[in-house]
Design a protein around this ligand. Sequence first.
Ligand code: GDD
Ligand code: MG
Length: 323
Amino acid sequence: MKALILAGGMGTRLRPLTLRTPKPLLPLVGKPLVMHIIDRLPQEVETVILAVSYMREALETYFRENDCGRQVVLVEEKVPLGTGGAIRNVRQHLDGTFLCFNGDIVSSLDPVELLQVHRHCQGIGTLALWKEADPSAFGVVEMKDGRISGFQEKPPPGQAVSHLVNAGIYAFEPRLLDHIGEGTVSLERDVFPRVLDEGLFGHRFSGHWVDCGTPESYLRAQATLIDGGMDLYRPLLNDGADVIGPNHLDGVSLVSCRVGPHVCALPGSRIMRGSVVERSVLMTGALVGEDCQVRDSILGPGAAVGNGTMVTREVLVGVTPVR
Ligand code: GDD
Ligand code: MG
């Protein structure tokens, strides 16, 4: 079986991080975001197709250098074709029922269960569905007699027909391709509303689900994964630091500081004397100087926060001097 991962978006809501790294390769608790999807694929998936566009070379390099245990095929769009156009663009690789994933989702969904529901319902597609208190930032489905009877992509606040949102994880039949025209096509806006009569079904699941497309949701996914067992304590150095767990501390140097909870610090990062870091990530080589306070923030690779700086809800690359 083939699994298709839509990985060509520009990740604009995570800039400036995504100016250097495509969203699927952003490190999330020790491995790239897209590997959280690949590592959960059912065994019957032998080939992973990545529909790429933005920063294709970086993704190509990653998969050349890292064996993920399955065949990986990268298919490029010279210009992004939208989520529907991206599926059409890989049609020569699709030969049967396939799984399809938005490349920025971290979830507890078991794709095997999704496939079981899909095979039982025998529709053109089955969408994983998640219940959200405020669904306006997502695709919203209306259900009738066990089928999806309506689809609204990002309805204006207050106009959503339900609280059930498209989780961005699908099982599809290849005949879906008959409904995707040439050029730029949105799966959600152009295709779903048109194939309702072909049998579009939903599979609700529980556990966790996060779209990591914004700094806030990326940090929420990090906390969820740390709570769910990716708690790690392996500092390079702990010289009098107070660690309030759970965290994911891998090769960080801690000097008389206070760290945690829900901090992810990657190899070569450092937190110096008198600083406090909570609910944040320090990517490889990031530095928090002395007497800083860093909360709910993302420090990109090599980012440095100067002594005495207060950082709250920021995404930093480069050097942030004393303010
Ligand atoms: N190849 C390719 N080409 N991939 C694309 C393109 C494109 O033109 N545009 C977007 N993608 C990829 C992104 O990289 C991402 O992995 C996925 O498609 C979804 O795009 P987002 O930009 O993250 O969409 P969204 O989060 O606003 O909304 C989508 O996801 C929600 C769930 O998280 C929709 O599918 C919603 O209906 C859904 O609820
Ligand atoms: Mg998204």
